[in-house]
Structure formats: C-alpha cells, structure tokens
Design a protein around this ligand. Structure first.
Ligand SMILES: [Zn+2]
Length: 397
C-alpha cells in the first residue's frame, strides 16, 4: 500500500500504522502546498480501505482495487474545485509520448477526477444545469471505454486524435464545476450518499475545502458530527486554517511537506516520463511545470495584472484586456488571482506605485474574492467584470 506515493514519509507511516491498528480517524484533513500528493494519497487510502486483502498492494487483483485504480468505484465521491484541464493536458502529453500502462492509468485517472464530479447523485435536484454537459459526458465515456486498461489501444494516429478530443471535452466540462465554492446542494447530496447502505467502505473526498463558503461549511459539519459507519471524509486544502474551528476540531490534520527539487525531478522522470535532457527538466517545482498547460502563460498574466493595477492610479479606465483572457473564464479567474498576489506582496505593490496599508489590503482582498465568485458563478463578461472591479477598487484606494 502507498508504494506509488513519492515522499511524505511521515504522513504515509502514520496512515499505515492507523490502518493496521484499525485506529484510522473517520474525518481527515490533508494540508499542504499544491502538488504535494494530497489527492493521490487520499485516493490511495480509499483503495486500501476497501481492498479485500490485508497488504493491499497497488497491483492487487481484487475487483475493488481495479475499480479504484480507474477511479470508478461507487464508494468514492469527489467534490470541490481543482485545475482539471492543466492536469489532463499534462498527462495527455505523457500518454502520447509513452503508451505504457502506467501512462494510461495516469491519463485516465486525471480525466476521471473531472468526470466523477458529474456523478448523478452529486447533481440530484440540480440536473437541469447539466442538460448540455450530458452530451459531452457521453462522448467522453465512449472514448474512455476504448482506451481503458485491458483493451488493445488503437493505432498511434487514432489514439492521438482521441486524446486530443478528451482534452477538448475536459476543457468544456470543467466550466460546469464551481470554482469559488462547493454548493450546499452538493454537500446535502453527499450526505444522502453517505447514508445509503452499501457493503463497501466509502470515501468522500472534498478538494480545496477552504473554498467552501459559510453555508457549505455548516452543511458539512452535520456530516462530520455523525459520519455513518464505513464512511471516511477526507478534506484537502492548501490553507486549512481558514476552515471553521468547529470543523477543524473534528478532523485529524496531516501536513504534507513541500516537494524538494530532487523529488520533483524524480517524479518528472518516473511518472511523467520526462527526458532529463529535455528543458522541462529544469523546473524545480510542479507549479512551474503545470503552468506549461495553463490557458494563459504566466508572463502575460503578470503584465496584465500590473497594467490593471497601474491603471488604478489614473483617473480613467484605459485598461485593455488581452483577447486571450477576455474569451476564457479560467484565464480571467487566474488574472484576478494574480492581481490579488500583487496586492498581498508589499514589494510588488510598491513597484507598481501602490502604497497599501494592511486594512486596505484586507478590504481589497474581500472585493477580489467577491468578484472571483461572481465571475465564476454568473456568466458576467470578463471585460465588464474587470471594469466594475476597477471602480470598486478605486473607491478603496
Ligand atoms: Zn485489492
């Protein structure tokens, strides 16, 4: 068990010990920087908990393990936002370069992390929203069925076309997943799922749990207070401390260490099959590596965020939005994150000519967080949203 999790020895040893001693807590929080293996560990834990064998090797041939390896086990429910398309594009690239079985699993699992967010139980009562997504999902399932492990792969040319199609469908589908919150309705549905009987262990995985707004956190609290038998709840977060103390007090916290440069290189080589001669190998963090597949490159994002903030010092709105950002909701959300990053960093803010005392910073960060959720949930035209943001921020500065 856990043999594919690289690093994080402390967390893994503690989980293993608890599993063997049957003292694993029912509610867990995996905290740590992005790309430190929190979700991989949670998914592996879900597999181990339901494996029919005590040693639960990764390659175990029990039925439950095969379903978990492909992330299609009904005892797993996944909620919360993540960077779906980035991971899917990166793993698509790996799968195109190497059609070995591990690359196939890597790609399919990345895609499943997205498609499992469309499990019908999650959207119960809210299906109307998914009417259009349904067609894309059917198309996606058809391709996933062809490329699933155990089946002979189509020839390279056909396979490339299929992989590209999956990437394209993912980018459309990921827009349906709320980014700034986990809706109360979804948590209530998860509650129903948790209480349904089933002769298997269930794991509810809530990623980026810190994005939950107050009502959603209260809704989750009900489940944490009395988890039904055989149900484990795993939250992941890069900043767990923003969760309500009432929630934190019910979770056992596991801290994931930042990846070392050597670990990053090891994973790039072993999992992503990057050639050590390749320039990708110079990356010292996964943030940098995955940015290769971001909808907009970091340089453009930084210069747009700087121009936006410089514009605040002027009396009129003269900001020109890059057309690549204007047409893409995820890119706009990234731009707002970048603006927030500049505001949080006194040195960056000063270099742009903004002097911001801390009370202004916290006021501005609330404004940015509100606009982020508005753009995410309502379909406001990005250029219009940015203009509104400009006037609201100007009122504070
Ligand atoms: Zn097994």
């Amino acid at each position: 068990m856990f043999e594919n999790i690289i690093g994080q020895k402390r967390v893994i040893n503690s989980l293993k010990k608890d599993i063997l001693q049957k003292s694993l807590p029912r509610s867990l929080l995996f905290e740590g920087a992005p790309y430190t293996g929190k979700v991989s560990t949670a998914l592996e834990l879900a597999r181990v908990l339901d494996c029919e064998k005590t040693d639960a090797d990764w390659s175990c041939n029990c039925r439950s393990c095969e379903l978990h390896r492909q992330l299609v086990h009904q005892g797993l429910l996944m909620l919360g936002p993540r960077y779906f398309t980035r991971e899917i594009s990166a793993t698509a690239d790996v799968f195109k370069r190497s059609s070995r079985l591990s690359s196939r699993y890597l790609f399919i699992r990345a895609v499943r992390k997205l498609t499992r967010r469309f499990d019908s139980i999650i959207w119960d009562g809210d299906r109307e929203k998914l009417r259009k997504a349904g067609e894309y999902l059917v198309e996606m399932e058809e391709i996933l069925d062809i490329i699933q492990p155990g089946r002979p792969l189509p020839d390279a040319e056909k396979l490339d076309i299929m992989i590209e199609k999956v990437v394209e469908l993912s980018s459309v589908l990921s827009k349906y997943i709320p980014k700034g919150n986990i809706p109360v309705s979804q948590l209530r549905n998860a509650f129903t799922w948790a209480h349904e009987t089933g002769n298997y262990s269930k794991v509810l995985l809530i990623e980026n749990a810190d994005t939950m707004q107050a009502a959603s956190q209260n809704s989750l609290l009900k489940l944490l207070e009395e988890p039904p038998p055989n149900v484990y709840i795993i939250l992941t977060s890069t900043r767990g401390e923003v969760l309500f103390p009432t929630i934190l007090s019910r979770l056992r916290r596991y801290r994931f260490q930042e990846r070392t440069g050597a670990e990053v290189k090891f994973i790039l080589k072993r999992i992503f099959h990057e050639d050590s001669e390749n320039e990708h190998f110079n990356f010292s963090s996964f943030q940098e590596y995955f940015r290769l597949w971001a909808p907009i490159q970091p340089g453009i994002l930084r210069s747009q965020a700087k121009n936006f903030l410089k514009n605040l010092a002027r009396s009129d709105w003269v900001f020109e939005i890059d057309p690549k950002i204007d047409g893409d909701k995820e890119a706009v959300l990234l731009l707002i994150r970048q603006i927030a990053d500049f505001i949080y960093s006194p040195a960056e803010a000063e270099s742009i000519g903004l002097e911001l005392p801390s009370e202004k910073v916290s006021h501005l960060s609330r404004i940015l967080s509100n606009i982020y959720n508005e753009i995410d949930e309502l379909n406001i035209k990005p250029s219009l949203a940015l203009k509104n943001l400009y006037y609201t921020m100007k009122g504070v500065i």
